[in-house]
Design a protein around this ligand. Structure first.
Ligand code: GDP
Length: 450
């Protein structure tokens, strides 16, 4: 079959432990060559581990724990060996080098999971679930990723696909044997059946936007006239040092400080760098409100000073944010209230003190409500990714075409053709009919060693 692959599966940094993983029919033989313990790895049972030494030309490289997984009861479905060594970068690389000298090949990114997919252990969407588990930044993302990994999305798609096959089957019977007495009922239900499929696909699609909000964060503008407490609020939000998102350091975003984590959400605060440099809180604020930043914002935090009467500028601001998702923050709640809260008709309004942070703890709940991410994280909603979205959308478009052909009442042949196309899109989604290019493209997004 395929070659035996090896890679360092833990991050290549100094740490407590590093794990080097090897998979393929030659793994146990290669392990025998380099490992010295009580028993040869090839004599070990699956799911067992053993303490021993990794030895190169009589010289010990490290003491390790070696674990054996026997085909087909491993992640990849192949014989697999995992070596846990001390977490040194040089050391882990030397052990990997030794495996390669003994016949293993360096594993390309995602190769272990790709093999699991090719061995039928995972569907394509389940493999994407694995990817999501690794990149999850919060509870909701993780719960969704686990559900996807457990196959809930595949099952969902499968059940839609099965119903589509039934519909196509009936249509085929009807169009292949038009002279036979196929009951009319089969086609009278067709309109309803297609509409129901459309509803189910739309429901799956809806989760995309929510997932995007969790994965990519929310573009947020803090607005308000001078002195209402915008910088103080910003500092308060940034102040929880541990909540500053640093995971993306050195990747795509140049100014990482501008993201803050609020509960399960990441708020991408506009132009924080500018704010810090000039000490002039958000220039986009105040009277100059009609800026691009506000227009692009997915969420506006509108700050007002509750210890003062509303000014003309305040009213202008309210007018400008009316059609944007927004939260009104009535700041300086520690001071006697002068503003009339009745003036704000908004549903999302919080009395806060940016100085002390009091009241801000309700922010995540409110954001969840605005973006319809309410409810407990136990009831796993699965947030589909871009690839999945585009496949579901494709299927949906074809089913809609099928429905409109059906309504046009001319012939059912076109309905059959569109249903086949829709089905193809779903099978490509789960991987049952995915092209090699689709599969390769997906696994390239994994890290090496996964
Ligand atoms: P900005 O111009 O909107 O950025 O406002 P600042 O953040 O610079 O705050 C203006 C003034 O309001 C400063 O003196 C802050 O200390 C004060 N301030 C901000 N938040 C609060 C608060 O929650 N309570 C009180 N009492 N003062 C606040």
């Amino acid at each position: 079959m395929s070659s035996t692959i090896a890679a360092i599966s833990t991050p290549v940094y100094q740490g407590g432990l590093s794990v080097i993983r090897m998979s393929g029919s030659d793994s146990l033989r290669i392990a025998d060559n380099i490992f010295v313990g009580k028993t040869a790895p090839s004599a070990m049972a699956g799911y067992t581990c053993q303490y021993g030494k990794i030895v190169r030309e009589g010289r010990t490289l490290d003491d390790v724990i070696l674990t054996v997984f026997r085909a087909p009861h491993s992640y990849t479905g192949e014989d697999t060996v995992e070596i846990s060594c001390h977490g040194g970068v040089y050391l882990a690389r030397e052990i990997l080098k030794l495996l390669i000298e003994n016949g293993a090949e360096p594993a390309p990114a995602g190769e272990f999971t790709k093999r699991a997919f090719l061995a039928g252990k995972l569907s394509l969407t389940q493999a994407e679930g694995v990817l999501d588990i690794i990149s999850a930044n919060g509870e909701r993302e993780l719960v969704s990723a686990r559900a996807m990994r457990d196959g809930n999305l595949s099952k969902n798609i499968h059940s839609v696909a099965e119903d589509m096959v039934k519909i196509s089957g009936n249509l085929a019977a009807w169009s292949d044997y038009p002279d036979e007495d196929i009951p009319d009922a089969d086609t009278t239900h067709l309109g309803n059946d297609l509409s129901e499929i459309i509803n189910r696909l739309e429901h799956i699609l809806n989760s995309y936007d929510k997932g995007k909000i969790l994965r990519q964060g929310i573009d947020t503008a803090i607005v308000g006239r001078p002195n209402v407490g915008k910088s103080t609020l910003m500092n308060q939000l940034l102040g929880y040092k541990r909540s500053i998102v640093t995971e993306n350091a050195g990747t795509t975003r140049d100014v990482i400080e501008e993201s803050v984590r609020v509960g399960d959400f990441v708020l991408k605060l506009s132009d924080t760098a500018g704010i810090r440099d000039t000490n002039d809180p958000i220039e986009c604020i105040g009277v100059d409100l009609a800026t691009e930043k506000l227009e692009n914002a997915e969420l506006v935090l509108a700050v007002f000073d509750s210890s003062e009467e509303l000014t003309e500028t305040d009213r202008e601001i309210l007018e400008k944010i009316r059609n944007k998702p927004h939260i009104i923050l009535l700041n300086k709640s520690d001071l006697p209230e002068k503003v009339d809260p009745e003036y704000f008709f908004d549903k999302y309004i919080l009395s806060v003190s940016a100085n002390s942070g009091s009241g801000l703890e309700k922010l995540p709940e409110m954001i969840a409500e605005i973006f319809k991410l309410g409810g407990s994280t136990d009831s796993a909603e699965i947030y589909i990714n871009e690839r999945q979205r585009s496949q579901v959308q494709k299927a949906l478009d074809f089913v809609r075409l099928a429905l409109s052909e059906y309504h046009s009442g001319i012939t059912l042949d076109a309905v059959t053709v569109y249903m086949d196309e829709a089905l193809n899109a779903l099978l490509e989604l789960t991987g049952e009919r995915a092209t090699e290019a689709v599969v390769n493209n997906l696994f390239e997004r994994f890290c090496v060693g996964k």
